[in-house]
Design a protein around this ligand. Structure first.
Ligand SMILES: C[S@@+](CC[C@H](N)C(=O)[O-])C[C@H]1O[C@@H](n2cnc3c(N)ncnc32)[C@H](O)[C@@H]1O
Length: 194
C-alpha cells in the first residue's frame, strides 16, 4: 500500500517536525499512543506536554510511558488543552490533536469546537517556524460534524503567508472516516487570529 493511512500520515508529519531536544504537545492524550510516539522523537533533551480532561486517560498515558521507561520525557496534565499556554512557554516544534471521544470510554466526554480552537490559537503562537500542528478529525459521533465544520472554518481563514493548511483525506471510504488537517508555520508573525 503506497498511500499512507490517516494515522500513519499524522505520525509521519510529526516525524518531519519533531526531533531530539524539541518541545512537543499531545493535546488529547487518550490512551497515550501519540504521547509515547512524541516521547520517542524528542529524546532525553526534549519534552512532551500531554493533556487530557479524563483521569482514565491521564492514568493510561502515564502507564504507557512507564511501561516504556520514558516517563522522564513527558508531563501528563489533567487539564484541558485550551490551557496549554499556562504550562508551555517555550517554542513548540509539533503538536497533535485526535478529536472526538476516548475509544472504550464515556462517549459524552468529547473535544468541543470552542476549546479546540482556543487551544489552536495558543499553539499557533507557540509554534516554531517549520513546526506543524496535526489534527485528526473524527466526525462520526454526535457533535463531531459541528466541531469538524468550526475547525475547518477557523483554519481556512488563517493567513497563507504565515500558515500553510493541508487536508489529507480518503474520499471514497464509508462511514465518516477520519481525516487529517495539518498547519505548518512558515513565517513568524504577530498577526491576530480573530
Ligand atoms: C480520540 S481521544 C484521543 C486518543 C489518543 N490520541 C490515543 O492515542 O489514544 C480524545 C481525547 O480527548 C480528550 N479531551 C476532551 N476534551 C479535551 C480537552 N478540552 N483538553 C484535552 N483533552 C480533551 C478526551 O478525554 C479523550 O481522551
Amino acid at each position: 500500500m503506497k498511500l499512507q493511512r490517516v494515522l500513519q500520515y499524522a505520525q509521519s508529519l510529526l516525524e518531519l517536525s519533531v526531533g531530539e531536544g524539541d518541545i512537543a504537545v499531545d493535546a488529547t492524550a487518550g490512551n497515550g499512543h501519540d504521547t509515547l510516539f512524541l516521547a520517542n522523537l524528542v529524546g532525553d533533551d526534549g519534552y512532551v506536554y500531554a493533556f487530557d480532561v479524563q483521569k482514565q486517560a491521564v492514568d493510561a498515558t502515564l502507564h504507557r510511558l512507564l511501561d516504556n521507561a520514558l516517563e522522564h520525557r513527558a508531563i501528563v496534565l489533567k487539564d484541558g488543552h485550551e490551557n496549554v499556554a499556562k504550562y508551555v512557554t517555550k517554542p513548540v516544534s509539533g503538536a497533535i490533536f485526535n478529536l472526538g471521544y476516548l475509544p472504550g470510554s464515556d462517549h459524552d466526554i468529547i473535544t468541543k469546537p470552542n476549546t479546540t480552537i482556543q487551544s489552536l490559537e495558543s499553539l499557533l503562537k507557540l509554534l516554531k517556524v517549520g513546526g506543524i500542528i496535526v489534527l485528526v478529525i473524527y466526525h462520526g459521533h454526535e457533535g463531531g460534524k459541528e466541531e469538524r465544520d468550526e475547525v475547518i472554518r477557523f483554519v481556512s481563514a488563517l493567513p497563507q503567508k504565515y500558515i500553510h493548511v493541508l487536508r489529507y483525506e480518503f474520499l471514497n471510504q464509508q462511514n465518516d472516516p477520519p481525516f487529517v488537517i495539518a498547519l505548518e508555520k512558515v513565517k513568524e508573525t504577530n498577526f491576530t487570529l480573530k
